[in-house]
Design a protein around this ligand. Structure first.
Ligand SMILES: *Cc1c(COP(=O)(O)O)cnc(C)c1O
Length: 401
C-alpha cells in the first residue's frame, strides 16, 4: 500500500512523550539498555566515522552512548528542541553550560534568586576561571539593562524562582541579552519541559535538574540541557572534557520517566493551584506565594508563558518560625524533605534549610519570611493533601509567638 504523503499534524505533548518524534521501528517497546563502555569496529575508517558522530555515535561511553541518546532524543522531541543532552546532575548540566559560554574575563549576569548551586558555580568561576559576575533582582527587571557591560556574554535566569516564585518575563530577558551581544540561558527546572518553553521565547539554552520533575519519583540524580544543534555543540564538548555522563541504567530510568512527564506535571500543577487557592483563604495563613493566583505580582506574565498550570511548588507564610516548625512537624502525609517535582508531596522550611546561609538580613532582602513553608505538591488526592495541611495549620494556630 502506498504511504500517505500528506504532512502529519503536529503531535501533542503526551503523544511525543510516549512515542518520541521519530518513527519507531518494530522491535522492543522499551529502549534496550546497552551496558558497554566501548564499541568495536571492523576498520580504522569505521571507527573514526563513528567517533565523528559525537553524541549520536556508539564509540566510547563518555562521548555519548545509544541508551543515553534515545533518552536525549525523546527529551528534545517533548520540548520541540533540536537537541538535548543529559548529565549526571543538574549542577553538572549548569557547569557545562556555563563553561561552554564563558572564558576568562567574560562577564555574566544572573539573579540573586538563583539556585544556591548556581551561586556556588559562579563564585567558583570568579575565583578560579576569571569570570566576572553580577547579580540582578528578579523583582526589578527595569534595573537589568544598566548591568550589561561590553564584555557581558551571558544572562542566566530562572523562572519561577525558589522559594517565593518570582516570575521572569523570558521573552524580555532574551531581547535584553541579545541586544547586548549576550546569550540567555534559562533554568527551567520549576516549570518543567512541558510547562514552559523558553526556547520558543528566545532563550539560547535551557537547563534542568532532571532530579526534579523529569525524574519525578525521588529516585535519581540527573541534569539536562536543551537547545539548537549549534548551541548544544560546545556544551557537548564541555561534557566530553569534564565527563559527567549518565550511565545506561540511569539514562533508561530517565527515559521511562519522560513518558509520564506531561501527566504528572498536569496533575501536580492542578493540585498546587487548588491548594494555593484554599491556603489563601485559611485564617492561619498570612501570605501565599503562587504565580497561579491572580493576587501574585507576576500572575499576568506567568499566565502568558506557563502553558500547563503554574508549577508544583507553593510557598506560604504562617505567623513566625515557631508556627512554621509546628506546621511542618505536624504533617502526617506530606513529608519533610528537600527537592521538588516528584509524585509525592514534600515540605521544607527555606529559612532553616536551603536559605539558612543568607542570614536574617539576606532573607529579608530576598523576601523569605521566617514563617515560610515551601510545599512541592505531588499527585496524591487533593482532598487528602488539604486535610493534612488544614489539620497542621489548625494545630499551629494554637502556637503563640
Ligand atoms: C535542584 C536544582 C538544581 C540542581 O540540580 P541537582 O540535580 O541537584 O544537581 C538546579 N536548579 C534548580 C532550580 C534546582 O531546583
Amino acid at each position: 500500500m502506498a504511504r500517505d504523503s500528506r504532512p502529519r499534524p503536529a503531535r501533542g505533548d503526551r503523544t511525543r512523550a510516549v512515542h518520541g518524534s521519530e518513527h519507531e521501528k518494530p522491535g522492543p517497546m522499551s529502549t534496550p539498555i546497552v551496558h558497554s563502555s566501548t564499541f568495536s569496529f571492523a576498520s580504522l575508517e569505521a571507527m573514526n566515522a563513528e567517533q565523528d558522530r559525537g553524541a549520536d555515535g556508539a564509540y566510547y561511553h563518555r562521548v555519548g552512548h545509544p541508551t543515553l541518546r534515545a533518552c536525549e532524543r525523546r527529551l528534545a522531541a517533548i520540548e520541540s528542541a533540536e537537541d538535548a543532552l543529559l548529565f549526571s546532575s543538574g549542577v553538572a548540566a549548569l557547569a557545562c553550560m556555563f563553561m561552554a559560554q564563558l572564558s576568562a574575563g567574560d562577564h555574566a549576569l544572573t539573579l540573586h534568586q538563583s539556585y544556591g548551586g548556581t551561586h556556588d558555580l559562579f563564585r567558583w568561576g570568579a575565583e578560579r576561571f576569571g569570570w566576572k559576575v553580577d547579580f540582578l533582582d528578579a523583582r526589578e527587571p527595569q534595573t537589568w539593562e544598566k548591568a550589561f557591560r561590553r564584555e557581558t556574554r551571558l544572562l542566566h535566569v530562572e523562572s519561577p524562582t525558589n522559594p517565593v516564585l518570582c516570575v521572569v518575563d523570558i521573552a524580555h530577558a532574551a531581547e535584553l541579552a541579545h541586544a547586548h551581544g549576550a546569550r540567555l540561558t534559562v533554568d527551567n527546572t520549576f516549570a518543567s519541559p512541558v510547562g514552559q518553553r523558553p526556547l520558543a521565547m528566545g532563550a539560547d539554552l535551557v537547563m534542568y535538574s532532571a532530579t526534579k520533575s523529569i525524574g519525578g519519583h525521588g529516585d535519581l540524580l540527573a541534569g539536562a540541557v536543551t537547545g539548537s544543534t549549534a548551541a548544544i555543540q560546545p556544551v557537548w564538548k564541555a561534557r566530553k572534557v569534564f565527563g559527567p555522563v549518565p550511565d545506561p541504567a540511569l539514562a533508561w530510568q530517565i527515559e521511562r520517566s519522560l513518558k509520564t512527564l506531561p501527566l504528572r506535571v498536569a496533575a501536580e500543577n492542578a493540585n498546587a493551584l487548588e491548594l494555593a487557592r484554599r491556603l489563601a483563604e485559611h485564617p492561619a495563613v498570612v501570605n501565599v506565594h503562587y504565580p497561579g493566583l491572580a493576587s501574585h505580582r507576576d500572575h499576568a506574565i506567568a499566565a502568558r508563558q506557563m502553558t500547563l498550570g503554574f508549577g508544583p511548588v507553593v510557598a506560604f507564610e504562617v505567623a513566625g518560625a515557631a508556627a512554621a516548625e509546628s506546621v511542618i512537624n505536624a504533617f502526617q502525609l506530606i513529608r519533610q524533605a528537600p527537592s521538588l517535582g516528584g509524585v509525592e508531596s514534600l515540605a521544607s522550611l527555606p529559612a532553616f534549610t536551603s536559605h539558612i546561609q543568607l542570614g536574617p538580613e539576606g532573607r529579608a532582602k530576598a523576601g523569605i519570611a521566617e514563617g515560610l513553608i515551601r510545599v512541592s505538591v505531588g499527585i496524591e488526592d487533593v482532598e487528602d493533601l488539604w486535610s493534612d495541611l488544614d489539620q497542621a495549620l489548625v494545630r499551629a494556630a494554637a502556637v503563640k509567638v
